[in-house]
Ligand binder design. Sequence first.
Ligand code: URA
Length: 265
Amino acid sequence: MNQDIQDDNILYHVKLNRKMLAGADTAVLPGDPGRVEKTARMIDPDAVFLVSNREYTSWLAELGGKKVLVCSTGIGGPSVSICIEELASLGVKNYFRIGTTGAIQDRINAADLVITTASVRLDGASTHYAPLEYPAVADFDLTTHLVQAAENLKIPFHKGITASSDTFYPGQERYDTFSGYVPRKFQGSLKEWQKLNVLNYEMESATLLTLASVFGLKAAMVASVIAIRGRDETPDDSILPLAEERLASCIREALSLLLTGEGYS
Ligand code: URA
């Protein structure tokens, strides 16, 4: 695969080609395919469905006269890496991941937003692209738009470092599991990340941020808190509607700042 692919060349996993993207060079990436339509319609009530294959569901929206792709990545680094490889080949340059997260600092509340400035690389996929010494760092400009968006909308937010793990259970030190066992490597890791001022756990940003930097592209990450790890290992689904609404309005505002230079609201 290369960057000189033909306009009608459909890429293998995302099942998209350049024609379908209609010039979109910005993508919003939820993990969950079920969140794509809602997010796209929040950005643009006239957004259109493009295609769905495996975990990759795509809709095309328009904001300020510019096309924006909304494409789900599925869960975890490997599926994110496929998504970024293929979208990059189709000309997408700016990536905003929106997701859910577990907070590990006591000052963070349910449904607050966490804007990632950099990620601890607890994934495997990013190591296939760059050695662990290479930082998983968010793009400054896109991240500034996310921060400005949260401020404009008066949504409580925190910005800082995220621990991005390949696994939801042992890598995030959960014991309420089938075996109940967490390998030694991860025992005590939650406390350690807390002490090192890491804000939260999620599962995709390490791969996304590393690949974007390696490719010379831009990526940023915002997540809404659905688990308070000091209190409970299990996410609280009753928070999801508010969490999703805050994410969607934050991303619409950030896109508006990026694409039109002005806020949406
Ligand atoms: N996503 C995660 O990866 N961890 C959580 O605790 C919640 C959402």
